[in-house]
Write a protein that binds this ligand. Structure first.
Ligand code: NAD
Length: 361
């Protein structure tokens, strides 16, 4: 089989973790007799430095043509003070919009070998296996107007962001979440702020209507503030959490810490066009260029890509089992020193995963 991959490493550790994950992916492709054609492009700060724009049209077109997109992370202090239209994050928002990526899947599974690495007590996190389904192209991040204007009456400025949802945007993400719940433990928690927000009232009404199509799935509603609390109080109660864009952004970072490090969490963004896979973490400028970033979130994102976009579920299993085995053997990156027998660098971790995966191909 021949597959094409558009790679957009971005900034900071984005380049290190995508290099590491690509190395693993190429190795398993070759070992199983397939061909992977990759093309790399600049986005984020790296693109701003060369092209004076966080992403150009050719990159978007190449991503649309590929079988899948692998993204690292964008941003860093060098580009923090640019005007809004030149912020590195604009590249992510444009890719999400232009590829129609409305469904962001963030699985959070506590691997037994890492249960003691969380800042929460082991008995609270061990056995956690949940999926955050985050709406990705609506809500506050995209709604208009979004602006800051002079406000002479108050002798300052006035800013507005707009939280906007249409019924169809809620319907499609909620249906996807129900389908995911059906393949898991058949429980759906819909998170909103329906006691205050009009968009949340529409969200809740829509979930109630669609829930009738899924009588086999248990549906519950939870206010976002309560969900933030329940995630650290009793995270094992959750199977699938579905929520709007900003709530999902915040809750999934909180959920990341159940696993011990944000360097462990993969994600997939699916929708109407080519799907995109990326670690949940950012560009981590504090550790960039030191070969200490944990590449496992990106390697696990590649496993999701093998399953959802490349139709190679067996290779996905091989990679996920390799991650588990290497952790069971006591190898860790510097973000997870608890219980480690040996601390290894980014490249060395990728080599360990590759070596373990190749034993099973
Ligand atoms: P971050 O995720 O980059 O880092 C948070 C903390 O986690 C840091 O201490 C970092 O060293 C650590 N960390 C993150 N990934 C790690 C890994 N793989 N291995 C080991 N440790 C890891 O978030 P931040 O510090 O808030 O943001 C840094 C930059 O990244 C900012 O410019 C921000 O805008 C950007 N960002 C980008 C994305 C994205 O591209 N999707 C997401 C979040 C933040």
């Amino acid at each position: 089989m021949i597959k094409t991959l558009a790679v957009v490493p971005g900034d900071g550790i984005g380049t290190e973790v995508t290099d590491a994950a690509l190395d693993v992916l190429q190795a398993v492709f070759q070992a199983s007799g397939h061909t992977l054609k990759t093309e790399s492009f600049l986005i984020g700060g790296a693109s701003l430095d060369v092209y004076d724009t966080p992403i150009n049209d050719q990159v978007v077109e190449a991503c649309k043509r590929a079988d899948a997109v692998l993204l690292g992370a964008v941003g860093g202090p060098k580009w923090d003070n640019l005007p809004p239209e030149k912020r590195p994050e604009k590249a992510l928002l444009r890719l999400r919009k232009d590829l129609g990526l409305y469904n962001n899947l963030r699985p959070v599974k506590v691997i037994p070998a890492l249960a003691s690495a969380s800042t929460l007590r082991e008995e609270v996190v061990s056995g956690v296996d949940l999926l955050v389904v985050r709406e990705l192209t609506g809500g506050l991040y995209f709604g208009l107007p979004k602006e800051t204007v002079a406000h002479p009456q108050s002798n300052g400025e006035r800013s507005v962001d707009t939280m906007l949802y249409h019924t169809f945007e809620i319907e499609r993400i909620v249906r996807d979440a129900y389908e995911a719940a059906r393949k898991r433990r058949s429980k759906l928690t819909s998170v909103d702020k329906a006691n205050i927000l009009a968009t949340s009232q529409l969200w809740r009404k829509t979930v109630d209507r669609i829930s009738k199509e899924y009588p086999d799935v248990v549906t519950e509603h939870m206010l976002v503030d309560n969900c933030a609390m329940q995630l650290v109080r009793n995270p094992k109660q959750f199977d699938v959490i579905v929520t709007e864009n900003m709530f999902g952004d915040i809750l999934s970072d909180e959920a990341a810490m159940l696993t011990g490090s944000i360097g462990m969490l993969p994600s997939a963004s699916l929708g109407t066009g080519t799907a995109l896979y990326e670690p949940v973490h950012g560009s981590a400028p504090d550790i960039a260029g030191k070969n200490i970033a944990n590449p496992l979130a990106t390697i696990a994102s590649v496993a999701m890509m093998l399953r959802f976009s490349l139709d190679m579920p067996t290779l996905a299993d091989v990679l996920e089992n390799a991650i588990q085995k290497v952790l069971d053997d006591g190898y860790r990156c510097a973000d997870l020193t608890q219980g480690a027998l040996e601390i290894v660098g980014t490249r060395e971790m990728a080599d360990l995963i590759k070596g373990e995966a190749l034993k099973h191909l």
